[in-house]
Each structure stands twice: as C-alpha cells, then as structure tokens.
Design a protein around this ligand. Structure first.
Ligand code: HGY
Ligand code: MN
Ligand code: MN
Length: 411
C-alpha cells in the first residue's frame, strides 16, 4: 500500500496556488495567462528534479511518464491546473499534484509496477471565455475541431494562437502520446458540490458524468433614445432577453428540476449605456443533464421560446450551439476497484454522478476511465470560498495511489 506524504502534498498545493492573478480574489490562473505559463514551468522543474522528462503535445497538454516499459500500455492519471476567475486552490490541481506525489512515493519506496504511469496536466480545462471547456483532453482524444480552434476570445485572439503562444513559453519539448497505450485513466478531483459533506463521506466513487450543451444566444433589436422612444416603437433586446430568461426559469421549475441544471452566466448588453435602448444582447445558456434526450429536448424548447419572443417583439434571434459534451458512464471494473480500495482503507464512501464536466468526459471515449471525488466544504466551487480539507485531499490521493497499484496487477 502507498501512504502519501501529507506535508509534501500541502506544500506543493499551496505553492502552486501562488501562481495567480492577484487582481482577483482566490486563485485566477487562466490558460492564456503568464501565471499559467509560470506555474507549468515550475511543475516541469519539479518533474525534472525526479529525473523525469516532461513533454508537451500539440494541444498544450503536459505529460510525464514514469517507469521502464516504454512499449507497454500505461495507466494514466491527472487533471488540470488552469482555473476560473476567482476560483479555489484545489479544482483540478489535486489530480495533478496527487499524481506527482504518487510517482514520488513509487520512487522512494522502490515499488516496481508492470505498467508505466502517465501523468497528464490537461491544457485549458476551464477556458470559459471561448465557451469551450476541456480543450486539452478534446485535443488529445482527437475531437477538437478546426472551427473550435478558430474561436476568438474577447481580445480577438484565436484558441489556436493561444495554444501556440503558451507552448512557445513552456520549457518542455513537444512530443505526442500514442493514445493506444492509454489503457486506463483515473482522475482525482474535488466534488464541487455539497453531497459528500452532507452525507458525511470521505470518498465519492464516480459512476459517470452528466452531459452539457452550451448555447450562445444573440437577440438583436434597435438602439434608440431612452427618453423619446415610446413603448410600441421600441425594439429593446434586453427586455426580451430578460423575459426569455424568466420564462426559462418557470419552465425549469415545472419540469423535473433534479435532472437538469440551467445557468445563464454570461450576458453582454450593447451598447450598455443607461440612456440608450439596448440594441443587442448576447448571453450564454449552460445546460447539464444525465441524458442526451433531456439535453436535446431542452435545447429545442429554448430555441422555440427565443424565436417566439423575437417574433412577438419584432426582433431577430440567433442560437448557436457552442459546446456539446456527451454524458458518460464509467467502466465498472475501475469503479469496483476504487470501491474495494476505499473499503480496505476504512474510508466512508458513496457512489455518485458528477454534475461538473471533467477531462474524464473526453478520456472515457478512448480509455477505460474512472474518477474519485473528495468533499468540498459547504459544497462551494468556482468561487473564492471553494475549499477541501488537506486530510481529505490526502485520503483521495491514497485511494488513487492504491487504485493504480490494484489496476497494475489486473492486466
Ligand atoms: O464547467 C465545468 O463543469 C467544469 O468544472 N469546468
Ligand atoms: Mn472547474
Ligand atoms: Mn476541474
């Protein structure tokens, strides 16, 4: 059995959290920022100190492989180290730092495995500015399209250029991973929700991840003078967008609310001046559910509602599907091992579905995949108060380490 070193884990996590844009509260390490470049160069130094040879692939994923069997299948683990604006210290990072700690333990304890370990720090898991998450893992599994690479951020830079700029600043050689060698992938992550804490459990054995649809909606009307234009002559895009939003909430309340999550998290009003009627509104709609059927029927419902409102108020509407992620179910041979290891360590656990998207959503298309969750205090996530107790993170790393040891013996 592997027993990770708590002090070392805490130190690495807290040092990594220092790479942050201090203009914002909590941790802000956008994938297109200098902080992300610096943090990855720091991580690369940590890998090299262990005698390892990190490399980066064409999509900006950072890899390090440990072991002596370069031709055999690998057991892969990892997560991401970019963050949202004003996020916490542990979203994604515990999966990467956990992998690093496990490699250290294997070296220290001279444990010989039958498979190499491939640790992956996926590029741009959050990347919400492009309306697209899990960029790196999409690239790795081959589902990142040219259209997606051509998406532009607010500064007008394409995703493609952002990757090139990042890669040229990161101190690692470029190389590609032979995907067929990744037999299994296991990701450790914070739960990002309230369930484990509420149920008093230390480990979530994740059975699958909900799917996602992300829409960009554009409602166009006409800007005009706020003081002179009477109600019947206005083409106010914002008032229509607000009505569409309220209507969506009503429809959601009437439906099975447990099965669906709806978020309008980004709104841009033009020209955004108090004395001008808004001529254009752009907003995002983020939908999550456990089945494609539910997601697709809501996309359809939303499109209908938007077009009906636009006709009613003599506006034009456009709905663009920016991101589509399939719901996935994990392989029981991995979840079974996670459960056995958790029981052996006497850690209270439960099976659960993930409401948040992860790189595992993509990896499950190419490898047998599983996830381990640890509790989020107060169920808070993607905000400054996101937190997990260090001993709970260590339990998660211990479960990950010993799951890898078990899987190593299986084939
Ligand atoms: O948005 C998500 O679900 C992920 O945490 N990035
Ligand atoms: Mn996140
Ligand atoms: Mn994450």
């Amino acid at each position: 059995m592997i027993k990770p070193n708590r002090e070392r884990i805490e130190n690495v996590l807290l040092q990594l959290a220092q790479f942050s844009d201090t203009k914002f509260p909590g941790v802000t390490r956008h994938f297109d920022s200098e902080y992300y470049i610096e943090s990855r160069n720091w991580l690369i130094t940590k890998f090299r100190e262990l005698g390892l040879s990190p490399f980066i692939d064409q999509t900006g994923n950072l890899f390090v492989e440990y072991g002596k069997y370069a031709n055999r299948n690998v057991i892969a683990t990892g997560s991401h180290t970019d963050s949202v604006t004003g996020g916490g210290k542990f979203d994604g990072t515990i999966g990467v730092v956990g992998g690093l700690e496990i490699i250290r333990c294997l070296i220290e304890q001279n444990i010989e495995l039958r498979h190499n370990i491939l640790l992956i720090d996926f590029f741009a898991e959050e990347s919400t500015e492009f309306g697209l998450s899990t960029v790196g893992s999409r690239g790795l599994v081959g589902s990142l399209t040219n259209e997606q690479l051509d998406l532009r951020n607010r500064a007008g830079k394409t995703l493609r250029d952002t990757i090139v700029i990042h890669k040229s600043a990161v101190n690692a050689d470029t190389s590609e991973v032979d995907l067929t060698r990744i037999a299994r992938f296991i990701e450790l992550h914070i739960e990002q929700g309230p369930v484990l804490a509420f149920e008093n459990k230390k480990i979530g054995v994740v059975t699958g991840i909900n799917g996602l649809r992300r829409l960009e909606v554009i409602v166009s009307g006409e800007s005009n003078h706020a003081g002179t234009t009477p109600l019947n002559l206005r083409k106010d895009a914002f008032m229509a967008a607000a009505e569409i939003t309220v209507n969506l909430r009503k429809q959601w309340r009437l439906a099975d609310t447990e099965k669906l999550r709806v978020t309008i998290g980004k709104v841009n009003v033009f020209p955004n001046l108090s004395n001008v009627i808004p001529g254009r509104v752009e907003f995002s709609i983020d939908l999550r559910a456990e089945s494609n059927e539910i997601l697709d029927s809501w996309v359809h419902k939303i499109e209908e509602s938007i077009y009906e409102h636009c006709i009613q108020y003599d506006l034009s509407g456009e709905v663009i599907l920016k991101s589509r992620i399939e719901p996935v179910m994990f392989d029981s041979d991995i979840t079974d091992v996670i459960k056995q290891v958790t029981d052996k360590l006497n850690l209270p656990s439960m099976t659960m579905n993930s409401g948040a998207i992860h790189d595992s959503s993509q990896m499950s298309h190419v490898a047998k995949t599983g996830m381990i969750f640890v509790p989020s205090v107060g169920g808070k996530s993607h905000c400054e108060s996101e937190f997990t107790d260090i001993p709970d993170i260590c339990y998660g790393i211990e479960v990950l380490a010993n799951t890898i040891l078990q899987l190593d013996r299986l084939t």
